[in-house]
Design a protein around this ligand. Sequence first.
Ligand code: TYM
Length: 327
Amino acid sequence: METVVSGIRPTGNLHLGNYFGAVKNFLKMQDEYKCFFFIADWHSLTTHPRPENIQLSVRKILAEYLACGLDPEKATIYVQSDVKEVLELYLFLNMNAYLGELERTTTFKEKARKQPDNVNAGLLTYPTLMAADILIHRAHKVPVGKDQEQNMEMARKFARRFNTIYECDLFPEPASFSYSGEGIKIPGLDGSGKMGKSEGNAIYLIDEPSVIRKKVMKAVTDSGPTVPNSEKPEVIRNLFTLLEVVSSREVYDFFNEKYNNCEIRYGDLKKQLAEDIVSFTTPIRERIQEFASDTAYLDKVVAMGAEKSRESARATIQEVRHLIGFR
Ligand code: TYM
């Protein structure tokens, strides 16, 4: 059976981008593959070196994972920092990762621009740690959103390079995966490209309906098309992308037709979009609260996940040591 690995940083709550870019695929994959889903707490230190309460942030994401429907009986759900074997693989991979290629990564350049006072080595080697997360379980498939594509290319490169240098075929080349065929990018409602925690434009799964309605009604639009069947500008495409993921086909087609006939009323579209987001998130929000208050259960899931993921990681790291020449 093929192996799947993916993770999310605990730097905030889960938003619609995380859900439709990643978690939705996790839910289906846990029935079909050997899955490892983790919370990337080490990675979060690259941007948040002094987390206020990392333990709590991790538990928050865990409760959200479970509320979305991740099942610890089907998938191994764990915390990255519970698997120290990842660090050893990170070190080995770093020995064959080159400064030039790490510096050229757009995510590194972006982060370096955003936090000029903290361009740390962890940021630079972010793709190596991510590759270690993936390769430690010798994953074949990695469900991630489009924004992770460059990190995935690096992971494939590091896998190939390891196999070549140590003349083995230990690591499969991990492929990005999405049931929709290609990776998704969920846009922000502020007209900017991507919904994200640090972009401050996210709709969170835990947002109350009133908050969701307010955020959606504030979304940027334009003055509307004047020529039938004209191409949608980015801000409008963004709204339609959201409709596509949360609303029914009929609703999408209805507004699309209105747009094409130049009869679109953005107020109506936003109202409908807000209600569809609320219907989608409400049951999840309620379950998040239930899971979050059951700390004994969360601890049990973490302990179980640590054991299962370490077993898999230990097997890989033993082979890695052996291949490099450590006994
Ligand atoms: P992170 O924490 O930024 O995001 C977690 C997942 O959510 C997806 N995502 C999106 N997808 C579509 N549209 C959006 N607007 C959007 N925003 C976020 C991301 O693509 C991701 O799948 N580097 C990773 C965490 C990580 C990881 C790994 C992932 C660490 N090690 C190993 C896979 C395998 C990250 O920062 O994701």
